[in-house]
Structures are given as C-alpha cells and as structure tokens.
Write a protein that binds this ligand. Sequence first.
Ligand SMILES: [Zn+2]
Ligand SMILES: [Zn+2]
Length: 297
Amino acid sequence: MKKEEVNLPMAAILGQSLKTIEHYKHEQPHYGELLDILEEVLILREKHRRSTGASLISLDERIAGEKMSGGFPLVDFAGGDLNLEAPEAYFRDLLEIGKKKSPEESARILEELASGALSYETIVRDSFTEGPEAIPEEREGAGEEEETEDDGDEVFDLLSLFVEESLRPSLEKIAEWYAPLLKKRGWNEGFCPICGREPKLAEIRNEEGVRFLFCNQCGYEWSYLRLKCPFCGNDDQDTLAYFSVEGEEQYRVDVCNNCNRYIKTVDFRKMNRPACLDVEDLATIHLDILANEEGYE
Ligand SMILES: [Zn+2]
Ligand SMILES: [Zn+2]
C-alpha cells in the first residue's frame, strides 16, 4: 500500500475522533479532564503514526499463518524479539503530556529512562505478563513510600494508559499488514490476534447485528459470536445476560455469570455518528463502575 493511501483515512479518523470528543465534552462534562488528555494523545498518535517506520517484529508470512491457525497472537510480548525504538520515542512524548497533569512523576520517569534506572522494555513486557497493574509502582529506590495516595493512583492510571498507548501506532501497522492474512485464516478467539490482550469493548455496527470485539491496545477489531462470552467461551444463554442504563440504550454491558466478566458494547445502529471506540471507552467509565459494583470484572 502506498503511504498516501494510509495517511489520508487516518487523518480523517482523527478528525472524527476529535469531533466525538467535542460531543462528549458537551454531553458528559465530568469527563472533561480525561477527554482533554485523550484529545492531546490522539493528535500525538497521528504524528507518530506517520513517523513509525521499522516494524515492531519481523515475522514471515508462513510463521504468521501458523500462529494464527494455532490461536497464538502475532506479537509475543513475553519472550519474542521486539524493536521498541519507535514506541519508546512515543512514550517519552506522551510523558511530556503527562507533565501537565503529574509534573513531578512524569519528569522523574523521563529522567530514570534517560539514566537507565528504568527500562522501557521491562515496563512493556511486564504490562503483558503481569497485567497493566504491574506498571512502575514497584520500582526500586522510589524512596518516599508515603506519597499522597490519591495522586499516586492517578499517576498510576495515566502511566498504564501511556504504556499501552505508546505501542499503538506500531501495533496498528502490524494489524494493517497482516489483516488480509487474518481474514483468510480466520480468528475465533476472544483475545486479540495481534497482541493477545482481551477486549474491553465490542461494537455492533451493521443491521445484521454482527458483533466485533475491539482491542484497545492495537485498535484491531474482529468478529465474534454475539451470544458467547469472549473470556471463557461460555455460550449457555441462561448464564449470559446484559444490562443498560436508562437513556443510554446505545450502550449495554454484556455479562457472563459463568466467569463473572463483562464487556461494554456500543450499538452503532442506535447512534447517528461514526464509531470511535477509543473515545467511547473513556466516555463510558460509569458503565465499568456499575459492572464492578455488580461484581463483574
Ligand atoms: Zn491487540
Ligand atoms: Zn465467561
């Protein structure tokens, strides 16, 4: 594919996303601060999308095909070789945004990265093997353990978000390159074929009602049976349910009473605007809170 062909739609997507953000700033003003950060992040993401050159992994088509057929994600974050130069550069840029919200913590992480006290690669790998919660709180020599806890939590979340986001442009490239092969081979798993992460969001975008799972990490989407839990594969209708909030029928929370997990679903048939799932995810945090209160993870 020629470069221009890729850039134009991406710029158009950015335009749509920014419009959706504006919409939500109006509709859900309590998310204002988060939406402001997301806006800055998306603009920066577009810049890095254009400059991301070298591939995160080198994988020939045969091995990629075998991985897909075996139900393994393409990128092996636990043990595979990764070229993290571009993601690390993006991570540093993201921390510059972080400086506005948490100046001291962001500056310190930038310093520690520069001095080698902190390794970006370790942070990334740990976030995949131990979950996003593993991100740098447990650093050695962090010193003052009695930091104000609220602040710590906020920084914590922002950092997890930045680590995830820093890989996004590189993973989007992989998703773009291997999409034709994925379509040919098919993918029936409930986790992402590119990075292996579980989806937090699903969407229904056409009249046939096909459900697509969305990977926040890669931006990749794949179709998945509507009446089946992506996390445990349960398809017993008696233990699958959903709830929605009055006045917000375009969203629902699908829950599984077998594994007690949930996934938010955006029904774009009930909306007259284009899908922008990064923004929808953020603008529906109240649904995550509700699901957690109901005992779903
Ligand atoms: Zn993914
Ligand atoms: Zn389940």
